[in-house]
Design a protein. Sequence first.
Length: 68
Amino acid sequence: MTTLVWICMYFLHGEFWDEEIPVGIGNVLGHFSKVLKATKQIRNISYARICEYMNISKTLLELIDICY
């Protein structure tokens, strides 16, 4: 079963606020759909939010480490 899911990414380092990075992260988790407008405008720097299609019948990841 595939559905749209909003994901909050806390403590995202400033280097990762480029528009391509959330798309890449979203595609690792499922199929990227969009970035929250406030995230694009960097209005809320405590977290980024992305929306994507995920297969929720599969086991969900608890954590993703991003190494830079």
